[in-house]
Design a binder for this molecule. Sequence first.
Ligand SMILES: Cc1cc2nc3c(=O)[nH]c(=O)nc-3n(C[C@H](O)[C@H](O)[C@H](O)COP(=O)(O)OP(=O)(O)OC[C@H]3O[C@@H](n4cnc5c(N)ncnc54)[C@H](O)[C@@H]3O)c2cc1C
Length: 448
Amino acid sequence: MNRANKLTDEQYENNFEELTPPFTRNSAVSEAFRCLYCFDAPCIRACPTHIDIPTFIKKILTGNPLGSAKTIYESNWLALTCAKACPVDDLCEGACVLNEKGEKPIQIGRLQRYSVEYYLDSGKGNLFNKKSFNGKSVGIIGSGPAGLACGAELSLLGYKVEIYESDKVPGGLNTWGIAPYKTRQYDSLREVELIKNLGVTIHTCVTIGQTISFDELLNRHDAIFIGIGLGESENLDIPGENLKGVSGAVKLIKEIKKEKWSSIDIGRRVAVIGAGNTSIDAATNAKRLGAEEVTIIYRRSENEMPANNFEYELAKSDGIIFKFLTSPIEIIGNSSVEGLRCLKMELGEKDEHGRRKPVPVPNSEFEIPVDMVITALGQKFNAEFLELIPDIKISNRKLLVDTDTYQTGNPKVFAGGDCINGGKEVVNAAYDGKQAAHGIDRFLTNTP
Ligand SMILES: Cc1cc2nc3c(=O)[nH]c(=O)nc-3n(C[C@H](O)[C@H](O)[C@H](O)COP(=O)(O)OP(=O)(O)OC[C@H]3O[C@@H](n4cnc5c(N)ncnc54)[C@H](O)[C@@H]3O)c2cc1C
C-alpha cells in the first residue's frame, strides 16, 4: 500500500480539532436571549427525547445553568454527546421558528453543551432524585447509549442495575464511533461516569453468549434489556475484499478514536464505498489523517444518498471527491490494494422502498487507482446467542419489540437502540433506553 505521509502531532491536532467550539458564558446568554420561548415549541417536538428546550434556554438566561442541565437530563441521559453530535439541522434547530423568519436558528446544541458542561465541570454531584432500592435487579447487555440510558433511569427508579459490556472500555459507539472532531472519548467517558455515579455497575470484557450465557443472565436478574447495537460492518461481497489495505469504516474509526493518529497507516489515495453518514465520517477522517485523495463511491445519484446535508457539505469542504452512479465490482491488487474496478450505473425502476434501482450501463467498466478501500455499507446485527431463543423474534435483522413497552416476545426481555431500529442516531438510542426502563418498571410492578 502507498502510505500517506505522516503529519506532525500539531497537524493531527489541528485536523481533528472540534468543529464547533463551546460558548463562553456571555455568548451563551446572548444566544439564549434570541430564543422566542414559543408556546407550542416545535423544537421540543423535533427532538426525539423531547427535551424542554425553551425552559433549559430560559434557565441559562436567568443565570441558572445547573437548573438548565437538570431540565435537559430529565429527558436525555446522553445530553453531552447529543449536544455535540446530534444532526441538529434535521432535528431541533431545523424546526426552530426563526428559520421561517429568514433568521439563523437558535444554536440549541451549543446551548445544551454549555449547560451540561457547566454541570459536569462544577463537581456538584448528583442533581437527581433516586428512589430507595426496591429489591429487584435488571441486567443490561451493552453499554452504548441505549444501555446507559436504560440503566440510569432504572437506577433512579430504585433497581439494582448491572451492565455487561464486551469491550474493555464502555460507551459503545459514543466511545468508539463518533468522529473525533465532534466528540472525544473523554466526553463519552464523562457520561459513563455520571451514570455509574447514579449507582449503575458496568462489567467490562463480558460478552453475553460467550463469557456468560443468556440463560444464566435470565436467572440472575428480574428483567433484561438488550442494547447490543449493530456489531459488524456489512461485506462488499466482491473479489479482492481480503487484500491488505481493505478496512471496514467502523474498525478504522475505532483506531482513530484512540487518538494515536501517527500509528495509523492510511493510503495516499483512498476509496470509500457507500454514501451514508458513516462513509462521510470515514472519508473526512482519512483526509484528516493525511490521505491526499479520498473518493466516495456510490451506486445511486446525489439525490438518493443517505448522508444528511450537514455531513455532505462537510465532506465537500474537506475536498472529498464524489463518484455517483458508480458500483465497485472488484478490488484489484496482488497482496495489497492497487485499484478499484467499477461499473457505471443508471437509475431504473423504483424498488419496494420507492427508490429507483441502480442498473449497470453495458460496457462501462473502468478502474480507479487507489491504495486503500474503506467499506461503509452499514452495520449488521450480530447476535447468534439470541437466535437460539424461541420467543425472541428477529426480522429483517432487527429485534422485534412492542413499540410502546419495548418488550420482546419474552416478557422478561426488553430491547432498544440500533438493534431494534436498524441504525439511527444516539438520540434515538437514548430515548429507547429511557422508555424501555419505564416498560421494565411497569412489567416488574404489574402496572398496566
Ligand atoms: C461511525 C459512526 C459514526 C456515528 N456518528 C454519529 C453522530 O455523529 N451522531 C449521532 O447521533 N449518531 C452517530 N452514530 C450512530 C450512533 O453511534 C448509534 O446510533 C448509537 O451509538 C446506538 O447506540 P446503541 O446503544 O444502540 O448501540 P452501540 O453504541 O453500538 O452500543 C452497543 C454496545 O453493546 C456491546 N455489545 C454488543 N454485543 C454484546 C454482547 N453479546 N455482550 C456484551 N456487550 C455487547 C457493544 O460492545 C457496544 O458497546 C454513528 C455511528 C457510527 C457507526
